[in-house]
Write a protein that binds this ligand. Structure first.
Ligand code: B12
Length: 315
């Protein structure tokens, strides 16, 4: 019995260490089905959906999102990882047109997937009877809630997962496992009385602490919305944002002195720091070439033109 517990502890530690070796800045483990906190977060999702805060993102309604067990038969644990994307070459200060820092380098979906796959290969050797499944953003999973449950950090008032050491400049990745592992303790919130994110959001998209109304969020309108035009009340507050928005994270005190991850994966594509109105003349082929390898591919050339024009109207 003691041997089994010891073995479980050792393998848990090794998996988390592998994640750091692969280049993640944080890693943690949660047990499925999770604590009562996870039930609360799932209720929050229900409330969010019934308030229509997902706007046109109908895919957010997938029932599976409420039950991680449906993603892998026999799932017992989750490995959660955070990939730091902030790079000392990110420059949104003096730019005419701005792009969210999470999307300035290599496509984080691919970067995280590749690293997790390496961990998977290692698991195949070490625990051959363990099945695993990788989820990065696109699977119906309440990612921030599971990251919080795994002890990576807490869900901040801006609704992003914040780590005490690494702030919120993290994209998240998950590996669901059929192996029973030792869970980490969920992190408690350290936002305290700070409301900077709520106060600084120019479109008042944080309608109450922790809750984003997507159709008020600049990130939603510039990345997700397929509407032909951007609503006037958003348009006049764009202030240069053409793809995503970092305001609620830029003002967060937990992001003030966090370590950079200056790797090729996070280095901004050259064109991003020089993006200006001339890009309106780029044809679709030029856009495709520039967007290659980045997560910005999701934004179609016509949407870039829509977003840039919307910025110009208020110049
Ligand atoms: C839909 C979506 C969006 C939408 C909606 C945003 C949102 N907050 O839901 C839009 C397009 C607006 C968006 C924007 C961005 N996104 Co986004 N998005 C997602 C996605 C696909 C689902 C999020 C979700 O489940 N929303 C549903 C609602 C119910 O969840 P929620 O806001 O997280 O609500 C939680 C809190 O309210 C909390 N809660 C409720 N009550 C209480 C009370 C207390 C006390 C506490 C502590 C918490 C709490 O519980 C809820 C459920 O977990 C995830 C990937 C995934 N599969 O999870 C990425 C994800 C959240 N996005 C991400 C990123 C990077 C962004 C942007 C920063 C990009 C940018 N620079 O523009 C912005 C940030 C905007 C913001 N402040 O949220 C990262 C966030 C990483 C991190 N550190 O947290 C994720 C995790 C993708 C990834 N794999 O890395 N996104």
């Amino acid at each position: 019995m003691i041997n089994t517990i010891q073995n479980k502890k050792t393998i848990t530690k090794k998996i988390k260490e592998r994640a750091i070796v692969e280049g993640f800045s944080i890693s943690g483990i949660a047990s499925i089905p999770g604590s009562s906190r996870l039930k609360l977060r799932t209720n929050s999702l229900e409330r969010w959906l019934s308030s229509n805060y997902h706007a046109e993102m109908k895919w957010m309604e997938a029932e599976k999102r409420k039950n991680i067990g449906t993603l892998l038969k026999g799932a017992k644990s989750v490995l959660s990882v955070g990939f730091t994307y902030i790079n000392s070459q990110n420059n949104n200060q003096n730019n005419n047109l701005k792009v969210g820092k999470f999307s300035q380098g290599e496509d984080y979906h691919k970067v995280i997937y590749k690293k997790l796959k390496n961990i998977g290969k290692w698991i195949n050797q070490e625990i051959p009877d363990c099945k695993w499944k990788i989820c990065v953003d696109t699977a119906p999973l309440l990612e921030k809630a599971w990251a919080e449950e795994s002890g990576l950090g807490w869900i901040g008032k801006n609704s992003n997962l914040i780590s005490q050491k690494n702030g919120s400049w993290l994209t998240l990745g998950f590996m669901i496992l059929t192996k029973d592992l030792v869970p980490d303790k969920p992190h408690h919130s350290l936002c305290g009385k700070c409301d900077k994110c709520i106060e600084h959001c120019p479109t008042k998209a944080i309608v109450e602490p922790f809750v984003i109304q997507s159709d008020l969020c600049i990130a939603y309108h510039t990345i997700e919305s397929r509407e032909k035009t951007i609503p006037k009340k958003i348009e006049k507050n764009l202030n240069g944002w053409v793809a995503g928005c970092d305001i609620c994270q830029d003002v967060c005190p937990w992001n003030k002195a966090v370590p950079y991850n200056n790797t090729f994966e996070t280095t901004p594509k050259k064109w991003i720091n020089h993006l200006n109105n001339e890009s309106l003349n780029w044809d679709d082929k030029t856009w495709q070439e520039n967007l290659k390898g980045t997560t910005l591919k999701r934004i179609k050339p016509w949407m870039w033109r829509r977003n840039i024009k919307a910025n110009l109207i208020n110049k």
